[in-house]
Design a protein around this ligand. Structure first.
Ligand SMILES: Nc1nc2c(ncn2[C@@H]2O[C@H](COP(=O)(O)OP(=O)(O)OP(=O)(O)O)[C@@H](O)[C@H]2O)c(=O)[nH]1
Ligand SMILES: [Zn+2]
Length: 204
């Protein structure tokens, strides 16, 4: 998916004053943003997060998932390092969209897990495509990442587009009684590197 750069502006936050860069997918018009901090184009690996949109977790404080906690932790880590990027990808509901995610949550309220709910609605477990990251990273002059994620598919997808993931930085925060089942399904069915029990080491 190719992207067109639109504009950059300042984005002050409680963590740091970021720059926000807006992009548009040329084929679909889908909009994405990147927050950046510091000199990211000097060739040194950049601390990075590719964050998939989750309106419920990122903006509405939902405890059903770990997204909001991960977003905050990633921005804090970038601020602590004084340098980094967060790609905020508009792939709500692993690509099925907000209203279908509500349909999936409805099924989960009645006992389905996160993967079964998608399948019952006729979707694959994960529809996300990360190809738009390539153009955004190229525009920003970034080719090497220290990627904050627990998702092996993200690491592989970026590698397939020629982006070098130098290190994978675990991002395991926000576990609570409401998302325990969700997190263990991610580990068991989607292959996420997650510590599912208190004393476990994450599977890698
Ligand atoms: N379809 C569906 N999407 C969900 C559900 N819960 C969260 N999401 C979406 O899942 C995406 C986040 O994916 P996750 O699997 O939590 O994490 P990840 O991005 O694959 O991996 P990390 O980089 O480790 O966070 C966001 O787009 C959320 O909106 C759910 O129950 N069903
Ligand atoms: Zn979420």
């Amino acid at each position: 998916m190719s992207v067109r750069f639109i504009e950059t502006c300042r984005l002050p936050t409680p963590f740091a004053e970021f720059e926000m860069h807006g992009f548009e997918e040329t084929e679909t018009g889908q909009e994405h943003v990147v927050l950046s901090l510091g000199d990211i184009s000097n060739g040194e690996p950049v601390l990075a997060r590719t964050h998939s949109e989750c309106l419920t977790g990122d903006a509405l404080f939902s405890m059903r998932c770990d997204c909001g906690y991960q977003l905050e932790e990633a921005l804090k880590s970038i601020a602590d390092e004084g340098r980094g990027i967060l790609l905020y990808l508009r792939q709500e509901g692993r690509g099925i969209g907000l209203l279908n995610k509500i349909r999936a949550y409805h099924l989960q309220d009645r006992g389905a897990d996160t993967v079964e709910a998608n399948e019952r609605l006729g979707f694959a477990a994960d529809l996300r495509d990360y190809s738009m990251c390539k153009g955004m990273l190229e525009h920003l002059g970034v080719s090497k990442l220290k990627l904050m994620t627990n998702n092996p598919r993200k690491v592989k997808a970026l590698g397939d587009f020629g982006v070098e993931v130098v290190t994978r930085v675990p991002l395991q925060v926000g576990k609570n009684p409401h998302n325990e089942g969700y997190l263990s399904t991610k580990a068991d069915k989607l292959g996420h590197w997650l510590k599912t029990h208190q004393d476990d080491e994450p599977q890698e």
